[in-house]
Design a protein around this ligand. Structure first.
Ligand SMILES: Nc1ncnc2c1ncn2[C@@H]1O[C@H](COP(=O)(O)OP(=O)(O)OP(=O)(O)O)[C@@H](O)[C@H]1O
Ligand SMILES: [Mg+2]
Length: 443
């Protein structure tokens, strides 16, 4: 009987998998997490200042990090770059803001990366975006991994982060839908919600990891939708608002200078983790109720999408299904505010050797210039290698043979992220990365 054999197969596989050590490979990845360091010149580029200015500051400011010395070079970790940024930003003579933090009372933005198609680079794009905001703007980022596969989490986890343990809370806990047997929604307080964020090796970046438990969320939401007790599409949106009301921004860079003008390290460390400036959600490739919550919570939706004909067909069904959901939601909650910001399709894994992909982008762009980003992710061998170890291009240390392609892909990532920043925060100072990309590709 086919069913019996399948059951036997699953049982055998469960037994085998329990004895396989999948932890070893993971541990190796996590121990070398963010091992990449950056030169003074690169640090200056992140901040948008002159390297000579940083060198001068390193003499004047007692808390300026030593970094590591190799030969005549000094190199810095992302943590040290954030500290340098804090020193520059809190300087009473600073001419412009260097820490692009939310001011007290300012709204928390949510940016969701989602698509129906699997393997289009959603997780990588979301991870790159979060890290870019951290490196280039000093933003404190909350990453919510909405995928039971937990791909995005792997880009942030280190050995201190309890991934793939059944009791590690996921967004299902954050939403209060972690127990399908519970009679009603478990609305956690702001304090309880705050405890669900895990710290990552990136300064000020916190994570709600993905995990199998997210699937319980869908079962719970399904039950609730049948009982009609709560609007099941806005539970994440409401949970984020509840957390933000208790843990919004309070401090500003000026607050971490002591009376004598020296940097108050304790105040700086506290400010770094008091809130986040943006939440980035990485979706699973589907439109379940949990994923719908990720879309309804978003101010901005980014759809990373490969450009082959069949892949684009999944984009059509994805947006058609979202449209139906939206019509349904708006029919009985006409005042709900959904997606107030800009939304874009981000072309990914574009093969530039032949014209097929780029012709497709051009065609879409002509039809709908607001909806298609002019900057795309090209297909890259360097990132294929990096992501085998779950490393983003911002932390990958390429072997000598791949240094050029890794550098090219970092430029590519910068261009994509710069273009996204311009759409999502038009008020922020932009960089030249996106303009350069557009000049090179579109002229
Ligand atoms: N620009 C690129 N060039 C080459 N390979 C890429 C590129 N972007 C992503 N990839 C590869 O494609 C695979 C899928 O990437 P990623 O996990 O980010 O996609 P995803 O859309 O999140 O997938 P899923 O649908 O499973 O969540 C990864 O192995 C990654 O290395
Ligand atoms: Mg993914």
């Amino acid at each position: 009987m086919a069913y019996g054999q399948f059951e036997q197969f699953i049982r055998n596989l469960t037994r085998v998998m329990a004895s396989v050590n999948t932890k070893l490979q993971r541990d190796l990845t996590m121990r070398s997490r963010v091992s990449r360091r950056f030169s003074m010149t690169e640090a200056a580029e992140f901040l948008g200042v002159d390297a000579t200015y940083l060198t001068k500051l390193s003499g004047d400011e007692a808390h300026f990090p030593e970094g590591e010395r190799s030969g005549r070079q000094r190199t810095f970790s992302p943590d040290e770059i954030m500290l340098i940024r804090a020193i520059v930003a809190s300087n009473p003579n600073a001419k412009r803001p260097y820490l692009h933090w939310r001011k007290p009372g300012e709204k928390l933005k949510v940016v969701t990366f989602g698509a129906q198609k699997g393997g289009t680079g959603k997780s990588l794009s979301a991870a790159h975006f979060a890290q870019y905001l951290n490196l280039f703007y000093g933003m404190r980022v909350g990453v919510i991994d909405a995928d039971p596969q937990a791909t995005a989490s792997l880009y942030f986890a280190d050995e201190n982060l309890p991934l793939f343990q059944s009791d590690t809370p996921t967004m299902a806990d954050f939403m209060g839908v972690d127990d399908p047997a519970a009679p009603k929604l478990n609305e956690r307080s702001a304090e309880e919600l705050n405890g669900l964020w895990q710290h990552t090796p990136w300064p000020g970046v916190r994570l709600i990891p993905g995990g199998a438990n997210i699937q319980n969320g869908d079962i719970s939401l399904f039950m609730m939708s049948r009982q009609g007790q709560v609007p099941v599409y806005r539970i994440l949106k409401d949970a984020i608002a509840r957390w933000d009301a208790g843990f919004g921004p309070r401090m500003e860079p000026a607050d971490f200078r002591a009376a004598d003008g020296s940097l108050d390290m304790e105040a700086y460390r506290k400010a770094l983790v008091e809130t986040v400036d943006v939440i980035v959600i990485d979706q699973q490739p589907s439109l379940t109720l949990v994923q719908l919550n990720g879309l309804i919570a978003a101010d901005n939706v980014v759809i990373p999408q490969t450009m082959k004909g069949f892949d684009l067909a999944t984009l059509s069904t994805y947006v058609a299904n979202i449209e139906e959901y939206l019509e349904f939601i708006l029919s009985f909650e006409p005042d709900i505010e959904i997606g107030r910001g800009e939304h874009v399709v981000l072309p990914t894994i574009v093969q530039e050797q032949n014209d097929q992909d780029t012709d497709q982008i051009l065609d879409l762009y002509r039809r709908s210039p607001r909806e298609i980003l002019q900057v795309w992710y090209s297909r890259s061998d360097a990132i294929a290698n990096a992501s085998e170890e779950y490393k983003s291009i911002y932390e990958y240390l390429p072997p000598a043979t791949r240094r050029t392609s890794a550098k090219a892909f970092m430029r590519n990532a910068n261009a994509v992220n710069d273009a996204l920043v311009q759409r999502i925060w038009p008020e922020l100072p932009k960089r030249d990365f996106a303009d350069e990309f557009i000049k090179e590709r579109w002229s």
